[in-house]
Write a protein that binds this ligand. Structure first.
Ligand SMILES: [Mg+2]
Length: 278
């Protein structure tokens, strides 16, 4: 892990993110797996984590000192599957056959550490309490690895999230970073139409617990890598929070910000509108 990476490294990470987007789109459209949009909003975050920021050995997914990602935002896990297949942690055939009877990978993942899947997801809000428990355990054992938890912004409505944060603050857990995929949508509507009253509600809630969330672009890999590595290196004894501003469906012109693509598979005509990346 390096705090400063050069232009060539950033360019390689951006190319990798485009490859992962292609994989998610191609495999999921071919196998008719809905919920592509919540996966596309977190590709750049996951690429930054797995190809730069996390201490992780693909050849040994059970390595005891690995950094852990608790992926909490349910169906967005397709992007994680594509990355772990690229790293050969998940067998390629499992990923190519995803959503068919030939694959054991589920729409919302089950815990399978040998596949790099650290916790089940799907019942929203449960990822952070698991992450806090893992981070607290590591702290008690004086372990140096870091716990990341990737959450959806709609998911923050789950009450147990705030109980977990209260615990993490009380116990001065500093080896934990919460990254919010802030795509402003949840399921079939915009968050502001559901429970949030003001656009800055999420930011202010974290501040209310004495945390200092930072806001950055969730599609700018240079900024993501910089901020994630910075919080990982920080010696502050409190959880770190990164609010990554993202676009649900990022990369497909037909899909960006369009609520129905929370679960709809795009038609050929919709796909023919093209991509927003090369
Ligand atoms: Mg969302």
């Amino acid at each position: 892990m390096k705090q400063i990476i050069d232009k060539n490294e950033i360019s390689l990470l951006e190319k990798k993110a485009n490859y992962i987007r292609d994989e998610v789109i191609n495999i999921c459209v071919q196998n008719k797996a809905g919920h592509i949009a919540p996966s596309l909003s977190c590709v750049d975050i996951l690429v930054s984590l797995y190809y730069n920021c996390m201490s992780y050995k693909p050849e040994d997914p059970l390595w005891k000192d690995r950094d852990r990602l608790i992926f909490s935002k349910a169906h967005g896990c397709y992007a994680l599957y594509a990355i772990l297949a690229d790293k050969k942690v998940i067998p390629k055939e499992e990923w190519k056959n995803f959503y068919t009877e030939k694959s054991t990978l589920l729409g919302c993942m089950e815990r399978k550490v040998e596949y790099g899947l650290e916790a089940g997801c799907g019942s929203l809000g449960h990822g952070l309490p698991i992450a806090v428990g893992l981070a607290f355990g590591a702290q008690l054992q004086n372990k140096k690895y870091h716990i990341f938890c990737l959450m959806g912004d709609g998911e923050l409505q789950e009450g147990v999230t705030w109980e977990a944060i209260q615990f993490a603050v009380k116990h001065e857990i500093g080896n934990l970073t919460i990254i919010i995929d802030r795509n402003r949508l949840q399921a079939m509507d915009f968050i502001i139409n559901i429970l949030d009253k003001e656009i800055n509600d999420i930011l202010n809630r974290f501040k209310g617990f004495g945390l200092s969330p930072m806001v950055t672009s969730g599609h700018n890999i240079k900024k993501l890598v910089y901020h994630i590595n910075a919080v990982k290196l920080s010696l502050e004894n409190r959880p770190k929070v990164i609010i990554a501003e993202t676009i649900k469906g990022y990369g497909l012109k037909c899909m960006e910000h369009v609520p129905k693509f929370h679960f709809c598979v795009p038609t050929e005509e919709e796909l023919s509108m093209g991509k927003t990346y090369e």
